[in-house]
Write a protein that binds this ligand. Sequence first.
Ligand code: SAH
Ligand code: SF4
Length: 355
Amino acid sequence: MNSIYDYTLNELKSQLKPSFRAKQVYNWIYKKYVTSYDDMKNIPNDLKENLKENYAINILKIVKKEKSSDGSIKYLFKLHDGHTVEAVLLLMKKKKIKEDGTVERSEKFTVCISTQVGCKVGCTFCLTAKGGFVRNLSVGEVVDQIVQIKRDNEIAENKSVNIVYMGMGEPLDNYNNFVHSVKVFSEEEGLSINRRRMTVSTSGISSKIEKLGNEDLGIQLAISLHAVDDGLRSELIPMNKAYNIKSIIDAVKKFPVDARKKVMFEYLVIKDKNDDIASAKKLLQLLDGIKAKVNLIYFNPYPGTSYQRPQSSDMVKFQEYLTSKGLLCTIRESKGLDISAACGQLKEKETNGSS
Ligand code: SAH
Ligand code: SF4
């Protein structure tokens, strides 16, 4: 059965009679987060019955929730066929001192969502890859992750969240559903999330990066680069043999970037693999001519991996080198580290029954 979260407003309008009901339904699910058609007070009973028969509304079930000391919350969702995917709510607390000296505190929410059960790309450092590829998520299964998290945390309807497609799976390998979910998220009558607040992270399917660029959706791009030469990159990301570094850089150069934004290059740092200054130098050369920022990520070890977490001092040296050359570079805070930061790790714990 299709779900109510599968459709843009226009699509729902074309399916419901009279069409203005679509807007009402949209308001109930995306602004009031209702979980039952019976709660939609202004919807007539016959339409409620039609909706119940044709559009699933409770499609994800929260089966596990882990809260980190920094306030991040990691969710494990069960899908209708029993498979599970993860999403993480990241919380950024901001403190602004106003001119009159008073302090203004605000919270910024970012949700990291999944697009597939498993992944075909097979990165050797990634737990999601270990179980192989199972299936794509539907549009509704992608969208409901945000709805569930907003509901579970009582995040007000008008409080926007940033979305990062950085959970399990390769978004550009589930291209159509991913693009469709962006359209649903940005509907004004629904979640109304500005596309500039959405970032898609890809392991570098160059042809799809170009395709996405041509669609000019207005979302931000993040590239999981992780290595500066094709030898190491192919070891880490086997798909690099088909889409090498040059093809990715060429695709990025064609990608339309918002005037106020940059393309993010994620660089997973692994001890004695890619944590040296020579790599930093090469990275600088590679990104020459691109409006880029670099995000260094600590490799997060798990049982059975031979890769190791890098030394903090090497991370800092790497960062300082790039910064000194004028390239914006941040180190990803260990947000949620104590709740198994990287994708696939909560799911792994659940499967092994070790938590
Ligand atoms: N498939 C896409 C979407 C995100 S993958 C991509 O690869 O870009 C999930 C994120 O988790 C990526 O940023 C990846 O680099 C990171 N990741 C995977 N395994 C990790 C690990 N062991 N330690 C730290 N980060 C990891
Ligand atoms: Fe897939 Fe991304 Fe994990 Fe690579 S890092 S296996 S692309 S989810």
